[in-house]
Ligand binder design. Structure first.
Ligand code: ADP
Ligand code: ADP
Length: 234
């Protein structure tokens, strides 16, 4: 069963007399263990697709199945639960709380998880930080960490809930070249451990590190290919 499955997904923005067809018809299937880059020029629909994949927005038409759940049938609070339980988000700007330590930042998603009470949240946050190589920075606040370390904290926060997949939006957009390669190496390592990653980026340089590249244009997928000679970042 695919983790992400879209059939005939459309997203139109209606503004008075004008209708912007941000997604025209998207059919897409992403399996467990894939590492996918979604690319394409500005205005091609990447953010709109990302918002739908991330359960921040619903399609105008079509079906989006996430880990076997039909998101169309989810009521508002169920939709938020799916988002919080199934998806680990990583953003360009890290989005960490600035007065809060690394380990507390990573614990946050566990408190949003309304269905289960979690007594071992601290242990789980520490384990997630160890996984991204920050086991010795648990009590540092973001300003005491480099950009690459802050993004590692954000990746640990994305992992702590055991999500069905990680959704990363320009995750290296704020990082220098060296740190970018470091973060891509971490993503490859996590992917080797079976974690599914979907990354939206307009940087062609990122494409060599992933396993599959989906290219969008004018609200359509115009190319979808496997990368056979994937580069190892390290
Ligand atoms: P990308 O992320 O590839 O730059 P977007 O998904 O942001 O593309 O945009 C796709 C198209 O939809 C563009 O024409 C954009 O102007 C339009 N669009 C995106 N979001 C909105 C919105 N909230 N309201 C109206 N038009 C939008
Ligand atoms: P990104 O930097 O990720 O590409 P965008 O600049 O495409 O983001 O869009 C930022 C936000 O503005 C998104 O939430 C998008 O839906 C919204 N947006 C994009 N284009 C338009 C538009 N033409 N009208 C209204 N909102 C838009």
């Amino acid at each position: 069963m695919p983790i992400i499955e879209m059939h005939g997904v459309k997203r139109f923005y209606v503004m008075g007399d004008i209708t912007v067809k941000a997604l025209r018809t998207i059919d897409l299937s992403i399996e467990q263990g894939e590492f996918v880059a979604v690319m394409g020029p500005s205005g091609s629909g990447k953010s709109t697709l990302m918002n739908i994949i991330g359960c921040l927005d619903k399609p105008t038409d079509g079906v989006y199945m996430l880990d076997g759940l039909n998101t169309k049938e989810a009521k508002m609070d169920e939709f938020a639960d799916i988002r919080n339980q199934k998806i680990g988000f990583v953003f360009q700007g890290f989005n960490l709380l600035s007065r809060t330590t690394a380990v507390e930042n990573v614990e946050l998603p566990l408190f949003y998880n309304r269905k289960k009470r979690i007594s071992d949240s601290l242990k789980r946050a520490e384990a997630a930080l160890k996984k991204v190589g920050l086991g010795t920075r648990l009590d540092h606040v973001p300003s005491q960490l480099s950009g690459g370390q802050q993004q590692r904290v954000a990746i640990a926060r994305a992992l702590v809930n055991d999500p069905a997949f990680i959704l990363a939006d320009e995750p290296t957009g704020n990082l220098d070249t060296e740190t970018t390669i470091e973060i891509m190496a971490l993503f490859q390592e996590l992917n080797d451990q079976g974690i599914t990653i979907v990354m939206v980026t307009h940087e062609p340089d990122m494409a060599c590190y992933v396993k599959r590249i989906i290219t969008m244009q004018d609200g359509l997928v115009v190319s979808d290919r496997q990368v056979n000679d994937r580069k190892k970042a390290s």
